[in-house]
Design a protein around this ligand. Sequence first.
Ligand code: DAH
Length: 343
Amino acid sequence: MNLREQLLQLATQIETEIPQLQSREDVEAFRIRHLVKKGTLQALVEQLRTVPKEDKPEVGKLLNALRDLVQSSYDSAFASFAQGASVDRIDVSLPARDEKTGSIHPITQTMDRLIAIFSSMGFEVAEGPDVEDDAHNFERLNFASDHPARDMQDTFFVEHADRSDVLLRTHTSSVQVRVMESMKPPIRCIMPGRVYRNEAVSARSLAEFHQIEGLYIDKGVSMADLKGTIMAFARKFYDEHAEFRFRTSYFPFTEPSCEIDMSCFLCKGEGCRICKHSGWLEICGAGMVHPNVLRANGIDPEEYSGFAFGFGVERVVLMLTGIDDIRHLYDNDFRVLSQFTAQ
Ligand code: DAH
């Protein structure tokens, strides 16, 4: 068979193959059969050398026409399968794919609930920077200059070209100072935010976590107001029948200082896993704002008094859920997070 006859035969073959291209795979096989270097077209091009000189123009033309046919058939088959063919293959009887929707992280959900309760009690939300200086995080909160919390062990210091007092705030109490700088009493604020401590990460502690701080300053504010506020909050948030106890404690920025415990909302004081069999759950640290703090922030302690409190949000979530390892909250493990799908 001479080259001319072979070309005509290939043309016929192509015409019958085209209607049979039914899928992407068919189209790809067609391309490999005809259009690649070792394909049928190239084999014929290589034979062109053997054609007598006088026949070359005619055979060459035929060859070009055939190549155009193959290429354009391939192009249009490829385009139609690229857009539409996969649609033909959808099995409509298959069950729908379960689309997962995201939800608000348990920490954020809890912060939102805490904020909602304090807002309903008249507290405004205030925020401050995560990167602070010594004055806001320590000095103006009455931390003595040799207080161990300033030690490198607890505080992440930030390298700064010409200051050595820049740090990541170790508590949201720093925002108390910011608030006193920018507002005049009466002040009634809560201050949620992220805090940082140079601590080993374990089941009980993280180096980065969240706190909510509260501050109330006005004329004649007393310990009774602190008790009333925390008890009303805890009865709304945890358990309307909760009992309380106030233990004396120490914080540099409050005097007197206390830690407030609530009867366990699960066992009602009987003792269980959540309260580590003590019957009590610690809810926050608190106290009356130290006169030195008021003074350092431009408020006259003869005229005004106030209370402050602060607690860790991760611990609240652990307490409410019974999760026993704080790291689960940050593992991004879908099995954990999907248990908190409330919006
Ligand atoms: N800043 C304290 C801490 O990080 C928590 C705290 C305790 C805040 C007592 C307060 C307070 O405002 O009165 O452990």
